[in-house]
Ligand binder design. Structure first.
Ligand code: G16
Length: 565
């Protein structure tokens, strides 16, 4: 048999790939690993990885016949780091089935072995590379200066697959790029302008449908936003003048160092005010975005210290859950009760082990189904997609609400029927609100800008003050710490990261510590974005949570050999 007939890559393509790859050698002695949300490392080490992810994105596009996204960002990490996230045709994260290939690609030692690996993979996946393939990759980057050259490396990777086209969307938030990929594959114009239009139209629609009695109560008002000195603040500024009754003051838009003493990760983990905020902000709603604007948390500043009252992803999720449950109740009768409708949409909530115990209790008391997955929106998203309406949020503020296609088409039909038979009825209003919510909240991935607008619309819908939201339930005191160890991969976990499997004996030692504290809960896991092990502890007092976390840090040191903590 001729070689050409058993291979999925022709000779011209093979030489082209070999030639292009020979300019991008990986740094010696390093092992790259596809982590919680793609690859992350010091930016100076990433050129070959980003080039190779360009190849991967193009191959994924050929295989799926759809547009793929590639975002250059290290999100919440320090400015000197960078990274790469890949968006699948739905706009969600790259299919987990491709992660081993991403790992292998990034670690291939030279151009020859890289091309061999690709040849083997394309044959296995029946991807035909005949020099005339059709593929498109949308590229975006955050504000990191290293992103400029890394984006060029990505473009070269894409160009090494003959026929593949790279379209540079410029400096965008990660969720904007994911949104554009989804839009493009649905035949909608994938522009930043369209993204803003969709957000603004659905936000205004939700405001138009606020119940009469709540219209004047606590409407809009002042909000101060910490942009983490990244891309999110700059993008939000484009919207501020168009948001009716909200006065938004955006700070940390890029004059300071990205993520340093600012941003959602800092505020959520340290529980102190970010740079540029202080006692003068007491009483107003404050919001922090992360470096690439896929996470948000709210916080309330104390009038006499740097402390804050944190309103994290769990409380955002709880607000969303309450609102959606109310709308479904209006539409089909209360969830979990005998309904007056033949169709009962299934509403589910997805969290991780980081969810504060008080939030999970609150959600369960609402009668909602709550499921835990490991950390990483790729896991939460997949689980949430099993519901008609799946709400997922990590405590760190990363999350969204997914509406199934079947539920949306049922809702569209219901909306049409009700607008001709009982326009203006509670049922009709609920269909309008649910449809607008599905357009406002990013269906591809967690999005700080769309999440922010939905929170603001719901607070106005409920007629709630910030304080009322804060008091929805009271968080159990918690503490998060990071430990630098010699090899974080020596830790493996099970049961949604709540149990350490390796090293043997560590879990028993953690359990004995937990037993010393009232309402004690603690778990450890290797980070998938930073070279650390994370420790989370919860207990009935802050002092107890701090002590539990510190004693478990010592155990991690003991079992794994700290490099320093
Ligand atoms: C990424 C993921 C999140 C995850 C976070 C921290 O966020 O998208 O799902 O919670 O990393 O992960 P880890 O604890 O493994 O370091 P981002 O905003 O940094 O892209």
């Amino acid at each position: 048999m001729e070689e050409e007939s058993i291979t999925a890559m022709n000779q011209q393509q093979r030489s082209h790939l070999l030639h292009a790859s020979s300019r991008f050698s990986p740094p010696l002695g390093l092992k790259f690993s596809y982590g919680t949300a793609g690859f992350r490392a010091d930016a100076s080490l990433l050129e070959s990885t980003v080039f190779r992810m360009g190849i991967l994105a193009a191959l994924r596009s050929v295989q799926t016949g759809s547009t793929i996204g590639l975002m250059i960002t290290a999100s919440h990490n320090k400015e000197s780091d960078n990274g790469v996230k890949v968006a699948d045709p739905s706009g969600g994260m790259l299919s987990q089935s491709w992660e081993p290939f991403a790992d292998a690609l990034s670690n291939a030692p030279d151009a020859q072995s890289l091309v061999q690996l690709i040849e083997f993979f394309v044959r296995k996946e029946s991807i035909s590379l005949d020099g005339v393939c059709k593929a498109e990759v949308l590229l975006g980057r955050d504000t990191r200066s290293s992103g400029v050259s890394l984006l060029e490396a990505a473009k070269e990777g894409i160009a090494s697959i003959m026929g593949a086209k790279a379209t540079d969307m410029g400096v965008v938030t990660t969720p904007q790029l994911h949104w554009m990929v989804r839009a493009k594959n649905k035949g909608i114009e994938a522009s930043e302008y369209n993204y803003y239009e969709q957000l603004l139209t659905s936000f205004r629609c939700l405001l138009d449908y606020i119940p009469e009695g709540n219209k004047s109560k606590n409407a809009g008002g002042k909000v101060a936003v910490d942009g983490a000195d990244g891309v999110g603040g700059q993008k939000l500024e484009k919207l501020t003048s168009k948001l009716n009754n909200l006065t938004i003051n955006v700070r940390n838009c890029g004059d300071g160092v990205l993520n340093e003493g600012v941003g959602a990760d800092y505020v959520q983990k340290e529980k102190v005010v970010p740079r540029g905020f202080g006692p003068a902000d007491a009483g107003i709603r404050c919001v922090s975005l992360d470096g690439d604007a896929d996470r948000l948390v709210y916080f309330c500043v104390s009038s006499n210290s740097n402390n804050i009252e944190l309103v994290d992803g769990d409380k955002i999720l709880s607000l969303f859950a309450l609102y959606l449950k109310e709308q479904l109740g209006l539409l089909v009768g209360p969830q979990n009760e005998k309904s007056n409708s033949s169709y009962q949409p299934h509403l589910g909530v997805v969290q991780t082990a980081y969810a504060n115990g008080a939030s999970t209790d609150y959600l369960k008391k609402l009668g909602l189904e709550v499921v835990l997955t490991p950390t990483g929106v790729k896991y939460l998203h997949e689980k949430a997609a099993e519901y008609d309406i799946g709400i997922y949020f990590e405590a760190n503020g990363h999350g969204t609400i997914l509406f199934s296609d079947s539920f949306l088409s049922w809702l569209e039909t219901r909306n049409k029927d009700l607008s001709s038979t009982s326009k203006g009825s509670d049922q009709h209003k609920a269909t309008v609100r649910l449809l607008a919510t599905s357009k406002l909240i990013n269906q591809a991935v967690g999005d700080a800008l769309s999440g922010f607008l939905l929170v603001e619309a719901i607070l106005q819908h409920m007629g709630w003050t910030f304080q009322k939201w804060i008091e929805l339930y009271h968080d159990l005191p918690s503490k998060q710490l990071k430990v630098k160890v010699a090899d974080r991969t020596a830790i493996s976990t099970a049961n949604a990261e709540t149990v350490v499997v390796n090293p043997v004996g560590l879990q028993e030692a953690i359990d004995s510590e937990i037993a010393k504290y009232s309402h004690g809960r603690c778990f450890v896991r290797p980070s998938g974005t930073e070279d650390v092990v994370r420790v989370y502890a919860e207990a009935s007092t802050q002092e107890a949570a701090d002590n539990l976390a510190h004693s478990v840090v010592k155990l991690v040191d003991q079992y794994l050999g700290a490099s320093n903590s």
